[in-house]
Design a protein around this ligand. Structure first.
Ligand code: C5P
Length: 230
């Protein structure tokens, strides 16, 4: 079953918690990213947990292995259930992140590696000649051999990655039919993402900037429920 995660991208923690209050009971997962975490920190994660959400802390760590391991240890203490690192940080960094997460025991968060950001189109990645699809698949194979739990990829790459590895796939760049793409380049609809095998769909602005966020979330959940994996 695919899960919906709402990306709560707000600078003001008050706005974020107001949106969370509207979505409580409709959605179980939410994402806290850099914009909110830099200002409001672990306290915000605790408040979301108290509201009943499972929190995906999307800080996309990329640094030397020792620093990333230390950051993962700190992130585990927030109670977040899912964390991100960049697979481009390489084998030593990814293995250090996994080892640090395992120290948290059975209740450790899942660690997902970002492959190619969904905002990158063909030819836009600095120094990378491969297509985003091919590069994402290459990075996912590496992530699999380094023991990560899953990868962040677009719904366009998910089928090949799921066929090739046993990784979980978390897909941003989701846009219901007719919604604005904003800065996303490699987008798919909620139904396409489910059919592509996405385990988690991350949706931000189409829900958080809707006149009625709970109704927008319900529509996406219905579209997901009506689609089945191919
Ligand atoms: O508003 P929108 O639906 O575009 O939000 C997508 C969310 O997913 C954002 O919070 C963004 O940071 C995140 N994300 C992404 N692409 C990635 C990884 C995360 O868009 N590769």
């Amino acid at each position: 079953m695919s899960e919906l995660i709402v990306a709560m991208d707000f600078a003001d923690p008050g706005d974020l918690l107001a949106c969370a209050g509207e979505l409580k009971g409709t959605v179980t997962w939410c994402k806290v990213g850099l914009e909110a975490f830099v200002l409001a920190g672990p306290d915000l994660v605790h408040k979301l947990e108290q509201l009943g959400f499972q929190v995906f802390l999307d800080l996309k760590f990329y640094d030397i292995p020792n620093t990333v391991a230390a950051a993962v240890r700190s992130a585990c203490r927030t109670g977040a259930r899912l964390l991100t690192i960049h697979t481009q940080g390489g084998e030593a960094m990814c293995r250090a992140a996994m080892a640090a997460a395992r120290e948290a025991g059975e209740k450790r968060p899942l660690i997902f590696g970002v492959t190619v950001l969904t905002s990158f189109g063909e030819g836009q990645m600095p120094g990378i000649a491969q297509s985003p699809q091919d590069f994402a698949q290459f990075l996912a194979r590496s992530a699999s051999s380094w023991g990560l739990d899953g990868v962040v990829c677009s719904g366009l790459e998910a089928p090949a990655i799921k066929a090739d590895t046993s990784l979980l796939a978390l897909c941003p760049g989701i846009r219901p039919k007719g919604a604005a793409a904003n800065d996303q380049a490699r987008v798919v609809t909620p139904a396409m993402a489910v059919q592509a095998g996405a385990d988690f769909l991350v949706v931000g602005r189409p829900i958080t900037r809707a006149a009625d966020p709970a109704a927008a979330a319900r529509a996406i959940l219905e579209e997901m429920a009506g689609a089945s994996r191919i």
